[in-house]
Design a protein around this ligand. Structure first.
Ligand code: ZN
Length: 444
């Protein structure tokens, strides 16, 4: 708290223009038994305590002019520091913030980033700041705690509200992580809807069972969350063998492991595959691998391969037509995409949809293929890859940003038909639904 001590002086002078605060400050210092009284090193703190006989005591507040921060509860384990500029920018008054839309209304163009507090006043549940520009801001203490700059407060928000932590799985742990939910429960119950989405976010895969054998079932589930994500293949798409197709998914041969639509910059986030008719022949099972787990394994096992796959930009494309609508899509990105913190955020993997244009220096080509070979062996290995044959009425839901999926070949004859209807959801919408549900449960 050295910096707070160094703030002595400035506030004391300012406080004198607000007698009530000065009085409480002196009283509080006396009660605190400060070794040097109001003239001592802590005199820069302007604080107030509740003098009721209740068990709780309001915290203290001070300013540090070295770091330009307001410090709440100095020297205590729950000490929090807030930059002046952030506090002024996040004033919650009706002039600065519109409650109904939860939106800041301060005009940035005329905002003074150098406003300073003249006086602080703290009560049981609020902090009041009198600013140098004459403005007065009041902040709820609980609100400040939630928006604190401490690692724990920020981590809490990032993992509980922003994104839930992902947990990787292997072939061995697949059966223990695979969750199943009844279609009717997902439709009727917000708690079940929430649990399904949380499982999907955590493990990247979950199954909805006993879904009605209707063409509209995938849409009903998508609309329970948000809305179906349209692509150049339309909204719902039907997967069954059809001759003369432009997409290999519509063939009954083996379908290699892949992510869907890597050629989209905004790639659809989640696949919903509803099994209407399953082939009675052998085959037709889906293959699934948690490519995030394989990427982590590759990073540990062969960092040069991992580096090649995270830094070599690949061209992904899709050229064709659907119902007479022609498309030519291209997206350029590595196979394993890391975010700015080095965390894997997206896997792109599709043998048929990798362009022959490979816009990298000559010497990068062979090392990339070597790395790709290693990664491919990983995603197909029995350590990581599982097979799951959907039952009629199953909706297999999985993360298209993280998992790779494929299908074993099957005989498509009059007796052995397979019909799956698919659709997509976007993660932005899923995260939004998770947060809305979570907040509803909290306030219920
Ligand atoms: Zn304001």
């Amino acid at each position: 708290m050295r910096h707070v001590r160094q703030a002595a002086g400035a506030l004391r002078t300012l406080a004198s223009s607000y007698p009530c605060v000065r009085v409480t400050a002196v009283r509080a210092l006396a009660a605190h038994g400060g070794p040097q009284g109001p003239q001592g090193p802590q005199a820069g703190l302007v604080w107030a305590r509740h003098h009721s006989d209740g068990p709780s005591v309001a915290g203290e507040a001070g300013v540090c002019h070295k770091t330009d921060t307001v410090v709440l509860n100095p020297k205590r384990s729950d000490e929090m520091s807030f930059p002046f500029v952030w506090l002024r920018d996040n004033c919650q008054c009706s002039e600065c913030f519109h409650q109904d839309s939860q939106s800041r209304t301060i005009i940035m163009e005329s905002f003074n980033i150098n406003s300073k507090p003249e006086t602080l006043k703290i009560t049981q549940d609020s902090l009041c700041i009198y600013w140098s520009d004459g403005h007065v801001s009041t902040y709820n203490i609980e609100w400040l705690q939630k928006h604190a700059f401490s690692t724990s407060a920020q981590q809490n928000w990032l993992t509980n509200m922003y994104r839930l932590p992902r947990k990787t799985w292997t072939a061995k742990s697949f059966s223990s992580i695979l969750s199943r939910f009844k279609y009717s429960d997902v439709i009727k119950s917000d708690a079940v809807l929430y649990n399904w989405l949380v499982n999907l976010a955590t493990y990247g895969v979950s199954i909805i069972e006993d879904a009605p054998a209707k063409d509209t079932t995938v849409r009903s589930i998508a609309e329970r969350v948000a809305f179906i994500r349209k692509t150049h293949y339309g909204e719902e798409f039907s997967v069954r063998a059809k001759p003369g197709t432009t997409n290999v998914a519509y063939l009954s041969a083996n379908l290699q492991l892949h992510t869907d639509l890597p050629y989209y910059n905004y790639k659809p986030g989640v696949n919903l595959l509803h099994c209407l008719v399953q082939t009675e022949s052998d085959g037709g099972a889906n293959l699934l691998t948690d490519a995030l787990a394989v990427a982590e394994w590759l990073k540990r096992d062969c960092s040069s391969s991992y580096h090649a796959l995270t830094t070599t930009v690949v061209d992904w494309n899709d050229i064709g037509q659907e119902d007479g609508n022609y498309f030519h899509s291209i997206h350029r990105a590595p196979v394993i995409c890391e975010d700015r913190f080095g965390v894997v955020e997206r896997i792109n993997f599709s043998q048929p949809q990798r362009d022959s244009h490979f816009n990298v220096p000559l010497e990068k080509v062979k090392p990339w293929y070597e790395a790709m070979d290693k990664f491919t062996k990983g995603i197909y290995s029995s350590n990581f890859c599982v097979s799951y044959k959907m039952k009629e009425g199953d909706i297999l839901t999985f993360d298209n940003i993280r998992l790779v999926h494929g299908r074993k070949k099957y005989e498509d004859t009059a007796k052995a038909v397979r019909h799956v209807i698919g659709g997509y959801l976007d993660w932005d919408e899923i995260w939004s639904r998770i947060r809305v549900l979570k907040n509803n449960f909290r306030t219920a």
